[in-house]
Every structure is written in C-alpha cells, then in structure tokens.
Design a protein around this ligand. Structure first.
Ligand code: ATP
Ligand code: MG
Length: 417
C-alpha cells in the first residue's frame, strides 16, 4: 500500500503562508498531477511529501503511516527534479547504481536492477557513457532510472521535462506514460506547467492557487466542469474565452466562458457575438482567429484547417450547442455541474433584439442543441468597427483596443503556457 493522505496541511515560512489547509487523498498506484501558476506552492507541496521540507501543521501519511517526522530516506519515495542532478564524473551505470551501492546491495542484484531500469528507459546502449555525452532527454531518463532502481512506493517528479526541447518533451512524456504502465503499483505525483502533460498523464489533476487547492478531478472533469472561473481559465490551451458585461447579458451571467474550440462561426448576424478579426494564426491543422468584441482580451475562435478570415474581416460566432459555462460575479459556476444552462433574459442594449420565440422559454427547453443557445435574431452591434486594434500577443492572449483605452481592470487569470 502506498496511498498518500494529506490532512489539514499548512506550510509557513515566517509570516508567509505558502500552503493553506491542503487536504488530498491520493490512491495507491494513482498518477496525480499538480498544476497552478508559478509560485502557487506546487514544488513546496511535493517537497513536503518527500520530507525535504518540514510541514508547519497537519498530517502526512504514506501507506497508512504518519510520516511527519520520518526522514526522507525512510519514506519510500524517490524524487526526480527539473535539473537532472547527475554525478558528472560517474557513468550512467554508476549514477543509476549509486544509491544501491550506498545500501550495500549485492553486486549482481545492482546489475540486474540497473539493467532492468535501463531496458525500461531504453538506456542500454549508454550505460558506460558519462552524462556530458548524453542529450538532455537521455540525462533525464538516467535521473528517472536512478529513482526506479530504488523501487520507491511513491515517485515524485518536479517539472522533469521543462528543460527539454519540444520534440524531446514529447518523447520523454511518452517514456513517462510507459513507466506509469509498467509500474502500476507505484503512486506518482507530478508537477508541471504543461497543459498537455497534465491532461495526458494524469489520472487526476490537482489545481492549486496561492497555496490553496482549487479543484481536484480527472482531466475531463476539470475540462468539462470547472468549479471556478480560475480553473476554467487555467485548464485548456488556448484558454477559455471569458465574455462579460453586455456580451454575457443574454446568458444571465456575469461571465460566460467558451473555449476557443467550442466556438462556431456562423453567417454574419446569426451569432451571439460579432466583431472584427484583429489577427489570425494558420497552423495548418487548425487555425485561431482573434476577434475584438469589446472585451479587454481578444476572443479566440478555433477553426479546423486553414481559415479564410483575416485582419479586418467581420465575423459572427456562438458556442456550439450548450458548450459554454456561466459564472456569477464571485466566479462560481451558475449551474450545478458547471455545464451551463442558458437562461433567457431581456437583451442588453448592445444586442438590439432578441428572438421573441426564444424569449421566456424555460431552461429545460433550450438545453443541448445549437439552436437552443441564446441567440439574438439581429446581429449584435459591431462594437469594434471604428477602433484601432492593438495586437500585442502575450501568453496566448491579445489585447483589444478597448483594453488599451479602458482603465486597468483585474485581468482574467492567464495560464502559464
Ligand atoms: N525557503 C523559502 N522561504 C520563503 N519563501 C519560500 C521558500 N521557498 C518557497 N517560498 C515561497 O513559496 C511560494 C511557493 O513556492 P513554490 O516553489 O512551491 O512554487 P511553485 O508553484 O513550485 O512555482 P514554480 O511554478 O515557479 O516552480 C513562493 O511564493 C515562494 O516564493
Ligand atoms: Mg516549482
């Protein structure tokens, strides 16, 4: 049994509270990923599990045993860091064998264990090389191998792939996915900034913000049913669009969230929102269109394949079916499961006329089909036509002219991509 139970855990450095009342149950053999903005406490939480950091209060149990005061080496854990921390003067074999030598493991057993780990990680041909003669991905695999030979109950990874280039990241991510399959009994906790790593590797994701656990769930639970505006904006790349004020009025919500991939472009005048394209990106397989509809940040609309729309075009769009999320002013979802239910209200002034047939329809009657989405019969007024656009791509968002003019407002959460 190597389940992990964290109860009422606090961590303070002097007056600074870095982790606040963290409660987590991680099952034996589970692969759990911690995500959250830089400085939110991911590494600190991982280090408290490893014992490299003490906890201020609370309880930490591994396999049913309270380990608050147990030394790191006695916790049955192994940790892999972003920096591989290999011994430069030792061969790959010796790096991997080092901890076993320290515990006076018999030579033939060391050989067998190192060979087994090397096979698992495809390091066989490199066993006699020094780390300096390896690529970054190979070095990180040695660091993982060094941890595997210790046969840990709990494997902790702190951004192990973040030093690797894009191609190596993909390859090493696959190695870690295979490792997870070949060690089904081993509990794994993994910190990352990378959306794809989190979504593809995790059985469950823990989203942290300012030392607080915001939501725990499977990747799809977090994607489909974010329980806060923060999680909605953090999970998914490019991030969910947030439409506010007049743009959210027909949804009877303070904020309507729609993922770029859940927007559909419709003939002008038939969408819920209409605006001017300020930028478009063709990636071949798909494209992203950045549209100014009067929000601080451009709304991103994803299209399959190449896009015919370019800067200056006016487009109209709306969510596909009921694929949108409504939030109140506190950022809490307005429906129980986070999948929004359209509620019709009188249109805001900028949406000139609402469809009289749809007005007043009960919630149940309008869920689940594209036609059911709250939709003005006439085009929404083109709010951006006369503006000068400010295209400033940063972290996946583009500021609109409105943002430039508007007084500083608390920006929506921007995931670190
Ligand atoms: N030894 C320390 N003394 C004081 N504050 C610390 C110490 N170690 C970490 N912190 C603070 O604790 C907070 C959490 O740090 P931590 O390294 O856990 O963040 P993180 O989520 O891993 O961030 P990143 O994504 O940038 O790695 C930060 O605000 C950091 O400044
Ligand atoms: Mg960190």
């Amino acid at each position: 049994m190597s389940d992990l139970k964290i109860s009422n855990l606090y961590k303070r450095y002097g007056n600074v509270e870095v982790l606040k009342d963290v409660n987590l149950d991680i099952n034996s053999g589970e692969f759990v990923v911690f995500v959250g903005p830089s400085g939110c406490g991911k590494s600190t939480l991982l280090r408290t599990i490893s014992g490299l950091e003490s906890i201020t209060s609370g309880t930490l149990e591994i396999g049913g045993r309270v380990v608050n005061d147990v030394a790191p080496s006695k916790r049955g854990i192994a940790m892999v860091f972003q920096s591989y921390a290999l011994y430069p003067h030792m061969t790959v074999f010796d790096n991997m064998a080092y901890s076993l030598k320290l515990t006076r493991t018999p030579k033939d057993e060391i050989k067998r264990k190192v060979q087994q780990a090397a096979d698992m990680l495809q390091l066989g041909p490199y066993l006699e090389r020094l780390p300096k003669a390896l690529s970054g991905g190979q070095r990180q695999r040695v660091a993982i191998g060094r941890a595997i030979v210790r046969n840990p109950q709990v494997f902790l990874f702190d951004e192990p792939l973040s030093n690797l280039d894009a191609a190596l990241r993909v390859a090493t991510r696959m190695e870690i996915a295979k490792l997870k399959e070949s060690l089904p009994e081993t509990t794994m906790v993994y910190v990352t900034h990378d959306q794809v790593e989190a979504m593809t590797l995790a059985d469950r994701i823990v989203v942290l913000k300012d030392g607080v656990v915001m939501q725990v769930g499977t990747p799809m639970e977090l994607y489909d049913q974010p329980q806060s505006l923060f999680v909605a904006g953090f999970i998914g790349s490019p991030k969910m669009n947030f439409l506010t004020g007049k743009n959210a009025a027909t949804y009877n919500a303070t904020t309507v969230g729609v993922r770029p991939e859940h927007m559909e472009i419709v003939p002008n005048g038939n969408g819920d929102w209409t605006g001017k394209v300020i930028y478009s990106e063709d990636l071949g397989s798909d494209s992203y269109i950045y549209v100014d509809i009067g929000e601080e940040e451009a709304v991103i609309v994803r299209q399959d394949g190449k896009t015919p729309y370019h800067s200056g075009d006016i487009i109209s769009f709306r969510p596909k079916g009921s694929l949108y999320h409504r939030f109140d002013e506190a950022g809490a979802p307005l429906s129980a499961n986070g999948v929004a239910t359209p509620v019709k209200t009188a249109p805001a002034t900028s949406v000139e006329t609402a469809n009289p047939i749809e007005e007043g329809m009960p919630d149940e009657g309008v869920v689940g089909s594209a036609g059911a989405v709250a939709m003005p019969a006439k085009p929404a007024r083109q709010r951006t036509a006369s503006k000068t656009e400010a295209v400033t791509p940063e972290a996946g968002t583009i500021k609109t002219a409105a943002a430039k003019k508007a007084p500083a407002r608390k920006a929506p959460v921007k995931p670190k991509l």
